[in-house]
Design a protein around this ligand. Structure first.
Ligand code: ADP
Length: 400
């Protein structure tokens, strides 16, 4: 069997996550991650379907070596899931920022690479590494079509009233300062999956999707379209996150910079790496530890949990108002899928919106955890599947 699988790659600054997905059956044949790229003790994990996990600590000096390692594992005589590269149809890449240029996924060309490079100014921590993945694949697996799937794309249909900041309009026109939104692939996936579960056309539904992981964002999905989302010009805005502050009074930034003599990079670090759950608890950015600490009665852990949950509740109220109603709330991401307590705190007191949680179902991690007129669903996200589907679609379109 040749050219039947899609390799999905998500290259970050020091890691490369991958999945091999059978294009027709959408079967996940293998998944894994190379972490600590650029070190002599990089961690390689590879899980071929139905077989034992393979782990190795080894030197991985750069992304090229990481991608070669992934290929070697996938085609390994014993652990491999494919015989050779002929069995790969195409490669789908997660690309974080596509700005206003990309409202849809795209087949990678030299021009597209240039346009993704133009977006580096908006996502300096992400796009360069996504691009490295694309360029190295072109070198290591030559001749295979590559597709870019953007985190921002799903949010490109938001109306201007949702994406324009109340700053001088010239900043939008000159510098592209506006809300872009992120996690789009996840919000897209869970909203479609929810419609499927509810057996209703997505075009009819008003949904709020909560992607709660280390990074967290919430989206109002009306008729299948993202009409507002909490992350903004960068992934810093909106919800409280593991180490990011989310919404704050913008005047705090200039106040702190002046009073504490903080440079822009230091202020950036404070808001991105020292805030959120970690900032409030002063101990942990891990929701499991936060919940355990709160249960032990430790004040700052409880506070972190409450601030985190209240912020989500506020957004649910705002987005229900914005859409003029609500049919479903969807929880996904590491916290959304697993943290019973967070779902309980978020939904508590929202009966006026038709949100009533069934305690037992919530505890059992059921798909549907509500009994009221508004469905509350827990749906494991699957961004890689969307990337594989988009890649297959575009490659087939190109061939015909
Ligand atoms: P990322 O954004 O890095 O992909 P994840 O979606 O994996 O993050 O989510 C990580 C978060 O999920 C962490 O805060 C972790 O504590 C939380 N989490 C994972 N499992 C549980 C659980 N059983 N209960 C509560 N929180 C959990």
């Amino acid at each position: 069997m040749i050219e039947i699988n899609i390799l999905v790659l998500n290259c970050g600054s020091s890691s490369a996550k991958f999945q091999l997905i059978q294009a027709e059956t959408e079967d996940n044949l293998a998944r894994g991650i190379v972490e600590r790229i650029g070190t002599t003790d990089a961690i390689v994990r590879y899980q071929p379907k139905g077989r034992n996990e393979y782990r190795e600590v080894t030197e991985i000096s750069n992304h090229a070596v990481a991608i070669q390692k992934i290929i070697d594992m996938l085609t390994h005589p014993r652990h491999g899931m494919i015989k050779n590269l002929d069995e790969i149809m195409a490669i789908g890449h997660r690309v974080v920022h596509g700005a206003e240029k990309f409202a849809n996924s795209v087949v990678i060309t030299d021009e597209v690479i240039q346009q993704i490079e133009d977006c580096i100014k908006f996502a300096p921590l992400h796009n360069p590494h996504n691009l490295k993945g694309i360029k190295e694949c072109a070198r290591i697996i030559p001749g295979k079509p590559q597709v870019g799937v953007f985190d921002t794309a799903f949010h490109q249909q938001m109306p201007p009233s949702s994406y324009i900041y109340a700053l001088p309009y010239s900043l939008y026109k000159k510098m592209g300062i506006r809300r872009y939104g992120f996690h789009g692939t996840s919000h897209y996936y869970v909203s479609r999956k929810a419609a499927e579960i509810l057996k209703r056309p997505v075009e009819e539904l008003k949904m709020i999707t909560c992607h709660l992981g280390n990074g967290a964002s919430i989206t109002a999905v009306k008729g299948g379209i993202s009409v507002d989302t909490s992350m903004g010009f960068t992934p810093l805005e909106g919800l409280v996150m593991g180490t990011r502050c989310g919404d704050i009074d913008p005047a705090i930034i200039t106040y702190l910079m002046e009073r504490e003599g903080l440079k822009p990079a230091e202020m950036d670090k404070l808001m991105n790496s020292q805030s959120g759950l970690k900032g409030i608890s002063e101990r942990s950015n891990d929701m499991r530890e936060i919940i355990e600490g709160a249960e032990r009665g430790e004040y700052q852990f409880k506070l972190a949990l409450d601030v985190f949950s209240l912020r989500i509740k506020k957004y649910i109220g705002a987005y229900a108002a914005e859409m003029g109603g609500l049919d479903a709330v969807i929880f996904t991401g590491g916290i959304g899928e697993n943290a019973v307590k967070v779902r309980e705190l978020v939904c508590e007191g929202l009966e006026f919106l038709g949100i009533v949680i069934d305690k037992e179902k919530n505890n059992q991690k059921s798909l549907t955890i509500s009994t009221g007129r508004t469905a509350v669903l827990c749906i494991p996200t699957n961004e890689e599947l969307v990337i594989a589907q988009e890649t297959k679609k575009l490659v087939e379109e190109k061939r015909t």
